[in-house]
Ligand binder design. Structure first.
Ligand code: 13P
Ligand code: SF4
Length: 303
């Protein structure tokens, strides 16, 4: 912390001068999450918070699709991302053309798209979802069949909870797809008294073997409410680092992977971003409106 203090101080000062707000995802490092973020949350919370921003500048500490979502909801504001290379294996797994081809194959079937996608994909979508409202959205759209893209595992995990038929796409999160049922069995053997919780981007065999599955905010709430003596968070590593300092009496055990995209954001490039007002996130005019509608419908459905 003493090492980070000068950067944190400068960021917080410059943030005020620039009339900027920092929105940070739960996978950001503790120095960002606790040191400079104004708002932290999961994808749904960050999208909702983006609709309430009063500042002129938004600095998105997360990956590119999150910054795009903030821009869709605030087309008149300046949205900055400290490193525009912060991508996502799910977002890069599908294009707008792929979605149009699926629509042609399944005419009239509603398209529910995970927010972990580009604005161009959102623009050809009926309604977005996140891991915290996926079931709610699938249930809310008309008909008994739904196209749910691009995360095959979120789709499969949701399919287990609904009567509706779900058509999937072969995308996966590179951080969560590598966890296996054998990993969970190993953790259970090593730490018999520990609770194990996971993100629904994990394969169904993992979700079936854990004590709770939910979005990043869902997992944080679960730990804060249940207060298990020992817990393993099967997700991105910063989660337990961030929540550990807010939750006394819980022993956080390691069982995580790092997201290289989330980790592109650091204090140095946040400061640089505020200093130079780069890198600005833009979305083509013709995409903004339809993509924003898909995100707004999601927010309405999950109210
Ligand atoms: P949530 O924070 O919505 O659970 O999403 C997790 C994630 O992988 C974001 O990239
Ligand atoms: Fe994408 Fe997975 Fe990283 Fe989230 S954790 S940004 S879903 S690659």
């Amino acid at each position: 912390w003493p090492f980070f203090a000068p950067l944190i101080f400068q960021i917080n000062r410059l943030k005020k001068e620039r009339d900027a707000i920092i929105l940070a995802h739960n996978y950001q490092t503790p120095q960002i999450y606790h040191g400079v973020a104004d708002i932290v949350g999961d994808s749904l919370q960050l999208a909702i918070e983006a609709t309430r921003v009063t500042q002129q500048v938004i600095v998105q500490c997360g990956v590119h699709f999150m910054a795009e979502t903030s821009k869709l909801l605030n087309p008149q504001k300046t949205v900055l991302i400290p490193d525009s290379r912060a991508g996502c294996s799910l977002a890069s797994s599908i294009t707008a053309e792929d979605v149009m081809a699926m629509r042609a194959q399944y005419p009239g079937v509603p398209v529910v798209t995970y927010v972990n996608t580009s604005a161009a994909v959102k623009a050809v979508t009926d309604v977005c979802c996140t891991s915290s409202n996926a079931l709610q959205i699938v249930e809310a759209v008309p008909g008994d069949t739904v196209i749910m893209i691009p995360d095959q595992y979120l789709a499969q995990n949701t399919a287990k909870k609904t009567q509706k038929k779900i058509i999937t796409w072969a995308g996966a999160c590179e951080v969560h797809e590598t966890f296996t049922a054998a990993d969970i069995a190993e953790l259970r053997a090593a730490y018999p008294s520990a609770k194990i919780i996971a993100h629904p981007e994990c394969p169904p065999e993992v979700i079936d073997a854990v004590d709770y599955a939910g979005s990043t905010a869902g997992m944080i709430n679960w730990v804060k409410t249940e207060r298990p003596a020992r817990v393993v968070m099967v997700t991105e590593c910063s989660m337990s680092d961030n929540v550990a300092s807010e939750t006394t009496g819980v022993d956080f055990l390691r069982g995580c992977n790092i997201c290289p995209h989330m980790k592109r954001i650091n204090l140095e490039n946040i400061l640089w971003s505020l200093h130079t007002m780069t890198e600005e996130v833009t979305v083509p005019e013709e995409i903004i409106e339809p993509a924003r509608l898909a995100v707004e419908r999601m927010i309405e459905f999950s109210a």
